[in-house]
Ligand binder design. Sequence first.
Ligand code: NAD
Length: 498
Amino acid sequence: METGRNYIHGAWTASASGGAFEKRNPANTDELIGAFPRSTAKEVQAAVEAARESFPAWRRLSRIRRGEYFDAFVQLVKRDHEAIARLVSRECGKALNEARADVTEGIHMAQYVFGATRMPYGDVVASEIPEKDSFMRRRPKGVVAVITPWNFPFAIPLWLLGPALVEGNTAVFKPSRETPRTGQRIVELFAEAGLPPGVLNLVHGIGEEAGDPLIRHPDVDVVLFTGSYEVGSQIKTVCAADYRKMAACEMGGKNPLIVCEDADLSLAVNAAILSAFKTTGQRCTSASRLIVHERVLDEFERRFVETARRITVGDPLDEKIFMGPLISASAREKVERYNALSREEGAMILLEGRRPDGPAHAKGHFLTPHIYRMAHNPRSRVLREEVFGPHVALLPFRDLEEAVAVANATEYGLAVSVITEDYRKARFIREECEYGLGYVNLPTIGAEVHLPFGGVKQSGTGMPSASTLIDAVTHRTAWTINHAREIKMPQGLKTEIG
Ligand code: NAD
């Protein structure tokens, strides 16, 4: 068992109060991964002060020099790739293959920001006055709070920290209480890469105890949050009360996958299985609604359920396993409540989600896929709310207008996928659905870092993560230089007095 530490101004420290929380392996709760500081406003204060103090020197470094720390970080992550992936898998219960992909995605984000440091970070802009040169230049905003979920414990912190730090901000990072060791590993690797003290600070803890004082701190300029709508909407409201503070929140999803009449059904079933059950359905982009044309629904249903029955559930470190456990006992109970609710709401259950028995599953939060068929009902909770587990509905549609109406009948708007051989249908979905990430003949999962990652409605606040997050962490400034010997004003303004 390890004792975790906060990282404040380049020093690894225990919690000031002495409080700690435990982290256990969700596939085997006998395995204690570590005890981590249960930080409070006191540690948050020290971390924000460290970030503020380090900001001027970090901002003044060359952008390219800042990027080089990310290059050094990437080399270290590559060195430790497999060990980090195993840690991710043990800590959050993802199948090892997915944990490796999580680490690889973190590498991609660090590589992206490293490369971006040699790209333009502003624009040369024309002026009405020929002797004037005008520029748009981006400047860092200051201290950035980074609050992350557990389900991509390596990649998501990099999506947020990458743009924030490379653009010259300093940061206080609070990882999820479910994945503290992976969060700490990221910071250890940046420290090993030589990042100056105070540029990246780590505060472990519980959302209400450590996250809340962090987002409220008056010296935090930007809050970058990824997590649930319930928490993100609170954060957005708190930050709105401080006129200087901006909050970019990426939140949940209730994503539809639409299977058209002309779809290649093998591809459709494969896309649906990956969308619904990868990461045990615990991705913000997981599909929990499969909207299928009524003419192919029976055939699709038969093949989908048959394939889902073969899904292996178990120890995520076993390479043959498709689905690991849910993240926690309460997460599993929540999914089970929604499974029961689907029946109460009148669904026809096609495959009942259950706790697998046997000694291999006794110590983990395992649950098998739950699949049901239902007519669309705009009041249904199971069809509108994020479940975040292996729980999926099959819904029939007659024409594309209806498919779009069903797809949009939720407060979320993150990912959508359409399976079709007809480009006109794909275009109709592209134009009429409400989403941030759209796919044709692909699952709803599988984003890449150089594309914007963000949703609409309750899924996001319009500042997509990853590469496009630069808009949240920089301020666009205008800079204008006069090369004439006299002053010439735009809009025909006169310069003579009298
Ligand atoms: P969560 O909202 O419970 O927690 C996210 C983070 O917020 C954690 O670090 C938590 O400690 C912190 N937090 C909790 N209460 C807080 C408070 N009052 N003040 C400040 N911080 C607080 O989410 P989770 O369970 O870790 O992750 C799952 C959710 O994240 C799902 O809804 C999923 O869809 C979403 N998610 C979204 C994206 C995206 O990019 N849109 C990506 C991954 C996950």
